[in-house]
Ligand binder design. Structure first.
Ligand code: NAD
Length: 467
């Protein structure tokens, strides 16, 4: 689901592009529109900085811990800017910054393990781990800071340097984060570049880059894989999802409704691992629709800087247009809106939180990733039918099963084709767990020690025990 990008700001000597506040729809600032030909110098500096950075693991640990403290100290400024350009409620911006600092601390203390190969031969073989070189990170607009941290924390901890490109819809908080991190890291270890396409495409294909780590949509992920093939750089792709929540016959709807609602609507539904489809037993379907619709109708929607807001705007105009089109198509396909179904009047990119029922399974809101505040609730008659439907898309990021009998729920969870399956929760992630979608949802493994090793190559030293 690639989106078209912000407009150039006319009349500036150095090219800049406009950054819009999604709560008003107005430009509130601008960011440098760096050009692809600037990347040679940036990557060259990242390469030179790599030699010092890779040499001293203890200094890296210290620097990353100091960086985490610096992020927390700058928390107020980062949070306000993040909310301003992304739209999310301020409390969610603070949570994102806390996760950014936590990632830095987690990876600061994680070191690869040297291992000896013992296969009976009279030799001493040892596996050590080496960093790759300059890494390119390209991230989307839904969680600009924490998704960037999910890339720079393991990459830098492993001894690589990084060139980080945020989405042009959310460049400013990342730019500020870059200057905050620069107070703790040696020069050129982490460089933030901002600009519109083809900056990302050129970064992904740059011959000086040894690993391209990308988070975003499936079509852009494919383009990134093709671009990186030019230099045969290693790739990690964290792509879209269309997670299903399967409710079982013994689910207590009142008990889970709040959690289920927020699993779908947090960050205005703009979460790769949001619940994007709900499958409810036919007997409970009306009750589930009612419980979710009641919450959708009463949740406080507004500007993220307003302390009462629980649900902010959609991040950008093209995404709002897509949400509107997907909802309209569902209604044209015969769906009924139990709540919402339309844009909200007034300025800003607001869409009414929407619960859809009677949706045909082939409608795009079910078959594709909507990535916004629109949730279809579908009835099922047999569990096999529900599991087949849950597994029936090209995505495989996450999934969840909701019920009272946890053993039965786990049996069903085990049948979901995805990277993480939750019971009575959704999208709760530990820093220590692997994060790996299946099918079109991803290539490579991020998170935990796997994220660290994904930024390293094994190096084997082999010597005879005695001559
Ligand atoms: P997108 O694919 O449009 O853009 C992602 C990034 O790629 C942006 O920085 C963009 O500027 C850049 N880009 C665009 N074209 C490029 C090209 N040809 N080459 C290189 N870079 C290019 O995605 P988006 O709309 O910003 O984000 C939403 C998508 O991200 C959703 O599909 C969502 O599910 C996915 N996502 C996945 C995860 C995950 O961890 N799996 C997390 C968050 C978001």
């Amino acid at each position: 689901m690639p989106t078209s990008e912000p407009d150039r700001v006319p009349g500036r000597r150095t090219a800049h592009f406009a950054v819009v506040d999604p709560a008003t729809g107005e430009t509130f600032d601008e960011a440098p529109d760096q050009q692809p030909d600037e990347l040679d110098a940036v990557v060259d500096r990242a390469h030179r900085a790599w030699h010092g950075w890779r040499a001293d693991p203890a200094a890296r640990t210290t620097a990353l811990r100091v960086a985490a403290d610096a992020v927390e100290t700058a928390g107020d400024d980062l949070a306000r800017l993040l909310t301003r350009e992304q739209g999310k409620p301020l409390a969610e911006s603070y949570a994102e910054i806390a996760r950014t600092a936590a990632r830095l601390r987690y990876f600061a203390d994680l070191a690869p393990r040297t291992r000896r190969i013992t296969d009976g031969r009279p030799v001493h073989s040892e596996i050590r781990w080496r960093p790759l070189g300059p890494v390119a990170a390209i991230v989307p607009w839904n969680f600009p800071l924490q998704l960037a941290a999910a890339k720079f924390a393991p990459a830098l901890a492993a001894g690589n340097t990084m060139v980080l490109k945020p989405s042009p819809f959310t460049p400013l908080a990342t730019q500020l984060l870059g200057s905050v991190l620069a107070t703790a890291l040696p020069e050129d270890v982490l460089t933030v570049v901002t600009g519109r396409e083809p900056l990302g495409a050129r970064l992904a294909s740059h011959p000086g880059i040894r690993h391209v780590t990308f988070t975003g949509s499936v079509p852009t992920g494919r383009a990134v894989a093709e671009a990186a093939a030019a230099s045969l750089a290693q790739i990690t792709l964290e792509l879209g999802g269309n997670d299903a929540a399967v409710l079982l016959h013994d689910v207590e709807v009142d008990r889970i409704a709040d959690r289920l609602f927020w699993a779908a609507f947090r960050n205005c539904g703009q979460v790769c691992m949001a619940v994007k489809r709900v499958y409810a037993p036919a007997r409970l379907h009306a009750e589930v629709v009612e419980a979710l619709a009641q919450r959708a109708k009463t949740v406080a929607v507004g500007a993220g800087l307003d302390p009462d807001t629980r649900l902010g705007p959609v991040n950008n105009a093209p995404q709002l247009a897509r949400i509107e089109q997907v909802a309209k198509q569902a209604l044209a396909d015969g769906a009924r809106a139990a709540a919402g179904g339309h844009r909200l009047d007034g300025p800003g990119y607001f869409f009414a939180p929407t619960i859809l029922t009677d949706v045909p399974p082939g409608s795009p809101v079910v078959a594709e990733e909507q990535f916004g505040p629109v949730l279809p609730v579908l009835p099922y008659r047999s569990l096999d039918e529900a599991v087949d439907a849950a597994n029936g898309t090209g995505f495989g990021l996450g999934g969840s099963v909701w019920g009272t009998d946890l053993d039965q729920a786990e049996v069903v969870a085990d049948r979901l084709e995805c990277g993480t399956a939750w019971i009575n929760h959704h999208a709760e992630l530990s820093l220590a767990q692997p994060f790996a979608g299946v099918k079109n949802s991803g290539v490579g493994v991020a998170g935990g020690p796997w994220g660290l090793y994904g930024n390293l190559r094994p190096f084997v030293v082999h010597r005879p025990q005695e001559e």
